[in-house]
Design a protein around this ligand. Structure first.
Ligand code: AMP
Length: 285
Protein backbone atom coordinates (compact mmCIF):
# COMPACT_ATOMS: atom_id res chain seq x y z
CA UNK A 1 0.00 0.00 0.00
CA UNK A 2 1.30 3.49 -0.83
CA UNK A 3 1.56 5.99 2.03
CA UNK A 4 1.13 9.55 0.78
CA UNK A 5 3.14 12.51 2.02
CA UNK A 6 2.42 16.06 0.91
CA UNK A 7 4.59 17.98 3.37
CA UNK A 8 8.38 17.98 3.49
CA UNK A 9 8.38 18.05 7.31
CA UNK A 10 6.15 14.98 7.65
CA UNK A 11 8.16 13.01 5.08
CA UNK A 12 11.39 13.90 6.87
CA UNK A 13 10.00 12.63 10.19
CA UNK A 14 9.32 9.31 8.51
CA UNK A 15 12.80 9.19 6.99
CA UNK A 16 14.41 10.00 10.37
CA UNK A 17 12.56 7.04 11.86
CA UNK A 18 14.00 4.78 9.12
CA UNK A 19 17.47 6.09 9.85
CA UNK A 20 17.15 5.46 13.58
CA UNK A 21 16.25 1.85 12.75
CA UNK A 22 19.38 1.65 10.56
CA UNK A 23 17.32 1.14 7.40
CA UNK A 24 18.41 2.11 3.87
CA UNK A 25 16.36 4.39 1.62
CA UNK A 26 16.05 4.28 -2.18
CA UNK A 27 14.54 7.20 -4.07
CA UNK A 28 12.75 7.32 -7.43
CA UNK A 29 11.88 10.84 -8.61
CA UNK A 30 9.14 11.02 -11.27
CA UNK A 31 6.71 13.45 -12.82
CA UNK A 32 3.85 10.94 -12.56
CA UNK A 33 1.77 9.47 -15.40
CA UNK A 34 3.53 6.30 -14.37
CA UNK A 35 4.18 3.41 -16.73
CA UNK A 36 6.19 0.18 -16.66
CA UNK A 37 9.43 2.16 -17.09
CA UNK A 38 8.87 4.00 -13.82
CA UNK A 39 7.68 0.84 -12.08
CA UNK A 40 10.87 -0.99 -13.07
CA UNK A 41 12.87 1.68 -11.22
CA UNK A 42 10.61 1.31 -8.18
CA UNK A 43 11.00 -2.49 -8.21
CA UNK A 44 14.76 -2.25 -8.44
CA UNK A 45 14.85 0.21 -5.54
CA UNK A 46 12.62 -2.08 -3.47
CA UNK A 47 14.98 -4.99 -4.09
CA UNK A 48 18.03 -3.01 -3.07
CA UNK A 49 16.77 -0.93 -0.11
CA UNK A 50 14.70 -1.37 3.05
CA UNK A 51 12.40 1.51 2.05
CA UNK A 52 11.56 3.19 -1.24
CA UNK A 53 10.33 6.73 -1.68
CA UNK A 54 8.73 7.73 -4.97
CA UNK A 55 8.13 11.39 -5.70
CA UNK A 56 5.48 12.62 -8.11
CA UNK A 57 6.05 16.25 -8.96
CA UNK A 58 5.58 17.95 -12.31
CA UNK A 59 8.44 20.39 -11.99
CA UNK A 60 7.51 23.72 -13.63
CA UNK A 61 11.12 24.95 -13.84
CA UNK A 62 12.19 22.28 -16.33
CA UNK A 63 9.49 23.06 -18.91
CA UNK A 64 10.79 25.53 -21.44
CA UNK A 65 7.51 25.09 -23.34
CA UNK A 66 4.55 26.30 -21.23
CA UNK A 67 2.15 24.44 -23.50
CA UNK A 68 3.95 21.17 -22.75
CA UNK A 69 3.62 21.90 -19.00
CA UNK A 70 -0.09 22.61 -19.45
CA UNK A 71 -0.67 19.36 -21.34
CA UNK A 72 1.63 17.14 -19.29
CA UNK A 73 -0.52 14.11 -18.31
CA UNK A 74 -1.60 14.05 -14.65
CA UNK A 75 -3.05 10.72 -13.54
CA UNK A 76 -2.52 10.61 -9.80
CA UNK A 77 -5.27 8.08 -9.00
CA UNK A 78 -3.97 5.58 -11.56
CA UNK A 79 -0.38 6.27 -10.45
CA UNK A 80 -1.20 5.31 -6.86
CA UNK A 81 -3.06 2.20 -8.02
CA UNK A 82 -0.01 1.15 -10.08
CA UNK A 83 2.35 1.72 -7.15
CA UNK A 84 0.08 -0.46 -5.01
CA UNK A 85 0.63 -3.35 -7.42
CA UNK A 86 4.38 -3.08 -6.87
CA UNK A 87 4.30 -3.11 -3.07
CA UNK A 88 4.72 -0.77 -0.16
CA UNK A 89 6.17 2.62 -0.98
CA UNK A 90 6.14 6.11 0.47
CA UNK A 91 4.87 8.53 -2.15
CA UNK A 92 5.84 12.17 -1.89
CA UNK A 93 3.34 14.39 -3.74
CA UNK A 94 4.27 17.98 -2.87
CA UNK A 95 2.72 21.09 -4.35
CA UNK A 96 4.87 23.73 -6.04
CA UNK A 97 4.97 25.94 -2.93
CA UNK A 98 6.33 23.04 -0.87
CA UNK A 99 9.28 22.53 -3.20
CA UNK A 100 9.84 26.19 -4.03
CA UNK A 101 8.85 28.18 -0.92
CA UNK A 102 10.77 31.17 -2.31
CA UNK A 103 9.24 30.98 -5.77
CA UNK A 104 10.19 29.11 -8.92
CA UNK A 105 12.96 31.43 -10.07
CA UNK A 106 16.00 29.35 -11.02
CA UNK A 107 18.65 29.73 -8.34
CA UNK A 108 21.68 31.15 -10.06
CA UNK A 109 23.33 29.39 -12.92
CA UNK A 110 24.39 25.92 -11.76
CA UNK A 111 27.57 24.52 -13.33
CA UNK A 112 26.52 21.47 -15.30
CA UNK A 113 29.87 21.15 -17.01
CA UNK A 114 28.42 22.22 -20.37
CA UNK A 115 26.61 18.86 -20.50
CA UNK A 116 23.29 20.72 -20.65
CA UNK A 117 23.94 22.57 -23.90
CA UNK A 118 24.11 19.82 -26.54
CA UNK A 119 21.47 17.41 -27.87
CA UNK A 120 18.27 17.90 -25.78
CA UNK A 121 19.69 21.12 -24.34
CA UNK A 122 20.00 22.67 -27.79
CA UNK A 123 16.26 22.66 -28.37
CA UNK A 124 15.12 22.93 -24.74
CA UNK A 125 16.99 25.91 -23.30
CA UNK A 126 17.00 25.93 -19.49
CA UNK A 127 15.44 22.47 -19.27
CA UNK A 128 18.40 20.76 -17.62
CA UNK A 129 19.06 23.64 -15.22
CA UNK A 130 15.46 23.28 -14.01
CA UNK A 131 15.83 19.49 -13.81
CA UNK A 132 19.10 19.78 -11.85
CA UNK A 133 17.50 22.33 -9.53
CA UNK A 134 14.61 20.03 -8.60
CA UNK A 135 16.75 16.89 -8.29
CA UNK A 136 19.10 18.74 -5.94
CA UNK A 137 16.18 20.03 -3.89
CA UNK A 138 14.60 16.56 -3.71
CA UNK A 139 17.92 14.96 -2.72
CA UNK A 140 18.29 17.51 0.06
CA UNK A 141 14.82 16.61 1.32
CA UNK A 142 14.98 12.82 0.99
CA UNK A 143 18.74 12.21 1.60
CA UNK A 144 18.51 8.72 0.06
CA UNK A 145 21.27 6.12 0.00
CA UNK A 146 20.49 5.34 -3.64
CA UNK A 147 18.91 7.36 -6.42
CA UNK A 148 17.29 5.45 -9.31
CA UNK A 149 17.12 7.01 -12.78
CA UNK A 150 16.44 5.62 -16.24
CA UNK A 151 18.91 5.26 -19.09
CA UNK A 152 16.00 6.41 -21.28
CA UNK A 153 16.91 10.01 -20.38
CA UNK A 154 20.61 9.45 -20.89
CA UNK A 155 21.65 13.10 -20.94
CA UNK A 156 19.65 13.76 -17.78
CA UNK A 157 21.35 10.80 -16.08
CA UNK A 158 24.81 12.05 -17.10
CA UNK A 159 24.09 15.56 -15.81
CA UNK A 160 22.85 14.24 -12.45
CA UNK A 161 25.97 12.07 -12.21
CA UNK A 162 28.12 15.16 -12.85
CA UNK A 163 26.25 17.15 -10.21
CA UNK A 164 26.60 14.37 -7.61
CA UNK A 165 30.33 14.04 -8.25
CA UNK A 166 30.99 17.76 -8.34
CA UNK A 167 29.21 18.45 -5.05
CA UNK A 168 30.26 15.11 -3.53
CA UNK A 169 26.66 14.35 -2.66
CA UNK A 170 26.46 11.24 -0.47
CA UNK A 171 24.19 9.22 -2.74
CA UNK A 172 24.76 6.34 -5.13
CA UNK A 173 23.23 6.91 -8.56
CA UNK A 174 21.84 3.76 -10.18
CA UNK A 175 21.21 3.60 -13.92
CA UNK A 176 18.18 1.47 -14.84
CA UNK A 177 17.63 -0.09 -18.30
CA UNK A 178 15.15 1.32 -20.83
CA UNK A 179 11.73 -0.32 -20.73
CA UNK A 180 10.04 -0.50 -24.14
CA UNK A 181 6.54 -0.90 -25.53
CA UNK A 182 5.97 -4.30 -27.21
CA UNK A 183 6.95 -2.88 -30.62
CA UNK A 184 10.15 -1.30 -29.33
CA UNK A 185 9.30 2.37 -28.71
CA UNK A 186 10.85 3.51 -25.41
CA UNK A 187 8.05 4.00 -22.89
CA UNK A 188 7.33 7.62 -22.06
CA UNK A 189 4.49 9.45 -20.31
CA UNK A 190 4.06 11.55 -23.45
CA UNK A 191 3.47 8.53 -25.75
CA UNK A 192 -0.27 8.69 -24.97
CA UNK A 193 -0.37 11.82 -27.13
CA UNK A 194 0.64 9.82 -30.24
CA UNK A 195 -1.95 8.27 -32.56
CA UNK A 196 -2.08 4.47 -32.29
CA UNK A 197 -0.65 3.99 -35.80
CA UNK A 198 2.33 6.29 -35.28
CA UNK A 199 2.97 4.83 -31.83
CA UNK A 200 3.42 1.41 -33.44
CA UNK A 201 5.48 2.72 -36.35
CA UNK A 202 7.77 4.58 -33.93
CA UNK A 203 9.43 1.20 -33.29
CA UNK A 204 11.56 2.41 -36.22
CA UNK A 205 13.68 4.43 -33.77
CA UNK A 206 14.80 1.36 -31.81
CA UNK A 207 15.32 -0.56 -35.06
CA UNK A 208 17.67 2.13 -36.34
CA UNK A 209 19.55 2.32 -33.03
CA UNK A 210 20.12 -1.44 -33.21
CA UNK A 211 21.25 -1.24 -36.84
CA UNK A 212 23.75 1.44 -35.88
CA UNK A 213 25.11 -0.69 -33.05
CA UNK A 214 25.39 -3.71 -35.36
CA UNK A 215 27.30 -1.72 -37.99
CA UNK A 216 29.48 0.17 -35.52
CA UNK A 217 32.51 -2.01 -36.16
CA UNK A 218 32.50 -1.70 -39.92
CA UNK A 219 31.31 1.89 -40.56
CA UNK A 220 32.86 5.20 -39.47
CA UNK A 221 30.97 7.51 -37.11
CA UNK A 222 29.93 10.20 -39.63
CA UNK A 223 28.62 7.64 -42.13
CA UNK A 224 26.70 5.88 -39.36
CA UNK A 225 25.08 9.13 -38.21
CA UNK A 226 24.11 9.99 -41.79
CA UNK A 227 22.78 6.49 -42.35
CA UNK A 228 20.62 6.80 -39.20
CA UNK A 229 19.33 10.26 -40.12
CA UNK A 230 18.32 8.97 -43.57
CA UNK A 231 16.58 5.90 -42.10
CA UNK A 232 14.67 8.11 -39.64
CA UNK A 233 13.56 10.66 -42.23
CA UNK A 234 10.30 8.92 -43.11
CA UNK A 235 7.08 10.90 -42.65
CA UNK A 236 5.68 11.53 -40.09
CA UNK A 237 9.09 11.12 -38.43
CA UNK A 238 11.61 13.91 -38.55
CA UNK A 239 14.93 13.34 -36.80
CA UNK A 240 16.22 16.34 -34.85
CA UNK A 241 19.64 14.89 -34.11
CA UNK A 242 21.38 11.56 -34.13
CA UNK A 243 24.65 11.85 -32.22
CA UNK A 244 27.24 9.26 -31.34
CA UNK A 245 28.88 10.59 -28.18
CA UNK A 246 31.24 9.83 -25.34
CA UNK A 247 28.89 8.59 -22.61
CA UNK A 248 30.67 10.59 -19.92
CA UNK A 249 31.36 13.95 -21.59
CA UNK A 250 28.55 13.80 -24.20
CA UNK A 251 31.05 15.11 -26.74
CA UNK A 252 30.76 13.73 -30.26
CA UNK A 253 33.27 10.97 -30.93
CA UNK A 254 35.26 10.93 -34.15
CA UNK A 255 35.81 7.20 -34.09
CA UNK A 256 34.51 4.32 -32.01
CA UNK A 257 37.86 3.49 -30.40
CA UNK A 258 38.34 6.99 -29.03
CA UNK A 259 36.71 6.20 -25.69
CA UNK A 260 35.58 3.21 -23.65
CA UNK A 261 32.00 4.47 -23.36
CA UNK A 262 30.12 5.20 -26.59
CA UNK A 263 26.40 5.96 -26.80
CA UNK A 264 24.16 6.79 -29.75
CA UNK A 265 21.45 9.31 -28.81
CA UNK A 266 18.58 10.58 -30.89
CA UNK A 267 15.49 12.78 -30.81
CA UNK A 268 12.81 12.32 -33.43
CA UNK A 269 9.78 14.52 -33.95
CA UNK A 270 6.38 13.00 -34.72
CA UNK A 271 2.90 14.48 -34.41
CA UNK A 272 4.21 17.49 -32.51
CA UNK A 273 6.07 15.36 -29.92
CA UNK A 274 9.78 14.74 -29.44
CA UNK A 275 10.66 11.10 -28.93
CA UNK A 276 14.07 10.48 -27.40
CA UNK A 277 15.97 7.22 -27.28
CA UNK A 278 19.52 5.89 -27.10
CA UNK A 279 21.62 2.77 -27.21
CA UNK A 280 24.94 1.98 -25.57
CA UNK A 281 27.33 0.93 -28.32
CA UNK A 282 30.25 0.20 -26.06
CA UNK A 283 30.86 0.45 -22.32
CA UNK A 284 34.07 -0.96 -20.95
CA UNK A 285 34.45 -0.58 -17.22
P1 AMP B 1 9.82 11.20 -15.75
O1 AMP B 1 8.58 10.93 -14.97
O2 AMP B 1 9.62 11.17 -17.23
O3 AMP B 1 10.56 12.41 -15.26
O4 AMP B 1 10.79 9.96 -15.46
C1 AMP B 1 11.14 9.59 -14.15
C2 AMP B 1 12.24 8.57 -14.21
O5 AMP B 1 11.81 7.41 -14.93
C3 AMP B 1 13.50 9.09 -14.94
O6 AMP B 1 14.65 8.64 -14.25
C4 AMP B 1 13.38 8.44 -16.29
O7 AMP B 1 14.62 8.25 -16.95
C5 AMP B 1 12.74 7.11 -15.94
N1 AMP B 1 12.08 6.53 -17.11
C6 AMP B 1 11.16 7.14 -17.91
N2 AMP B 1 10.83 6.34 -18.93
C7 AMP B 1 11.56 5.20 -18.79
C8 AMP B 1 11.67 3.99 -19.53
N3 AMP B 1 10.97 3.78 -20.64
N4 AMP B 1 12.53 3.04 -19.09
C9 AMP B 1 13.27 3.25 -17.97
N5 AMP B 1 13.21 4.37 -17.22
C10 AMP B 1 12.37 5.33 -17.62
Amino acid sequence: MATIFEKVSVLQERISAYRIQGNSVGFVPTMGALHEGHLSLVRQSMRENDHTIVSIFVNPTQFNDKNDLLHYPRTITQDLAQLDTVGSTDVFIPNVQEIYPNGTEKDGDPDLGGLDITMEGASRPGHFKGMAQVVRRLLDIVTPDRLYMGQKDFQQFTIVQYMIQKHRLPVQLVRCPIVREPGGLAMSSRNVRLSAAVRTRAALIFEVLNEVKERSEEMDVKSLENFALRRLSVAPFEPEYFSIVDGRTLEPVKNMDQTAFVVACTAVRAEGLRLIDNIIIREEI
